[in-house]
Design a protein around this ligand. Structure first.
Ligand code: PMV
Length: 323
């Protein structure tokens, strides 16, 4: 049996603006997806017949990334992530599947996180009609705090570059990492609204808004600047600075009309006990994130307000083999 775990992710700064070439900062979270595989006499997933159409990410990893032609596999997937919530669950499935399959085929080979990030990105692009940023797959594969941008961001460590042929032409990104100081007395608490986060629809909505009102461009530029400031504060361990940047980023996202009454309700519940709080990911539904020194209290506040909380440290380890 080969088992691998890949974490989910949370975008701290830069969602939506990253689509226009500005940087985004994401951290790997403690919760994620575990994939186990073992040889069998027929292809199954979760005890049922494996239907490639229902599992495009896993199918892409098997067929296109590995060209797998070995014995049928019994595949099991255990997820600790809310799905369609902006936590990168499909990226985590791709990365954990890639790592488990790699270990199954060549157990002595060291884990290649950049290779897995690339594989995961092509699986996402394949499943999303050629449009996918490498943010989720890179953060889940590499772990820690990842910066994705049109160009390398000063003060970060370059890890790799990604390019993708999209229906709108070739796009490229620089993926780098920043170190979060050890021993920070702060956690993130995610709050799921229970409503799916429709990334494609939200990105298209922002594009129409910019078309109709070009003055909204300045919100994008402001998010770019806030992201740089938030990243500098995070690298320096300045938690108050990170919190202020999160609050300001949320105001700009609101002005891009990507928040929702449900997100605002959870954000308002978490705010009194938080250093900073904002929506995370595409918005419209999905999750909010709070930075706090009192994670239990924030989780309780989110739960009382009707959300589903998830506590994590800032920046968990990336994809790994379990056995
Ligand atoms: O898919 P989510 O919810 O993690 O958010 C995607 C972030 C966006 O900036 C809105 C879209 C993108 O491709 O970067």
């Amino acid at each position: 049996m080969a088992r691998a775990f890949a974490p989910g992710k949370c975008i701290l700064f830069g969602e939506h603006a990253v689509v226009y070439g500005h940087p985004a900062v994401a951290v790997a979270i403690d919760a994620g997806v575990e994939v186990s595989i073992k040889e069998s006499t027929k292809w199954t997933i979760e005890g049922m017949d494996f239907d490639p159409i229902r599992h495009p990410h896993i199918t892409h990893i098997l067929r296109d990334a590995f060209n797998y032609d070995g014995a049928p596999l019994e595949i099991d997937v255990k997820s600790g992530l809310f799905s369609a919530a902006g936590l990168g669950s499909s990226a985590a499935i791709s990365n954990a599947m890639g790592a488990a399959l790699q270990f199954h085929i060549e157990p002595d080979l060291a884990i290649d996180r950049i290779g897995l990030a690339r594989m995961g990105h092509s699986a996402e692009a394949n499943a999303q009609k050629g449009r996918a940023s490498p943010t989720d797959t890179a953060t889940s594969a590499l772990g820690g705090c990842v910066v994705v941008s049109g160009e390398l961001v000063d003060g970060t460590k370059h890890i790799f570059d990604a390019t993708l042929d999209t229906p709108e032409g070739e796009r490229s990104w620089s993926i780098s990492k920043t170190t979060i100081p050890d021993g920070l007395d702060a956690w993130i608490v995610l709050g799921f609204t229970g409503i799916g986060s429709p990334t494609g629809r939200m990105v298209a909505g922002v594009a129409s808004l910019l078309d109709a009102d070009p003055s909204k461009e300045k919100e994008m530029e402001a998010i770019g600047k806030i992201t740089h400031a938030g990243l500098a504060a995070l690298s320096a361990g300045n938690l108050e600075g990170v919190g202020i940047a999160m609050d300001t980023c949320h105001e700009k996202l609101k002005s891009l009309q990507v928040s929702s009454p449900e997100l605002e309700h959870l954000i308002n519940a978490a705010r009194p006990h938080s250093l900073g709080v904002k929506l995370t990911g595409a918005g419209g539904g999905g999750c909010m994130v709070a930075l706090t020194r009192d994670p239990r209290r924030v989780a309780e506040a989110i739960e009382i307000a009707g959300g589903k909380p998830l506590i994590s440290k800032l920046g968990a380890e990336g994809v790994r083999i379990l056995s």
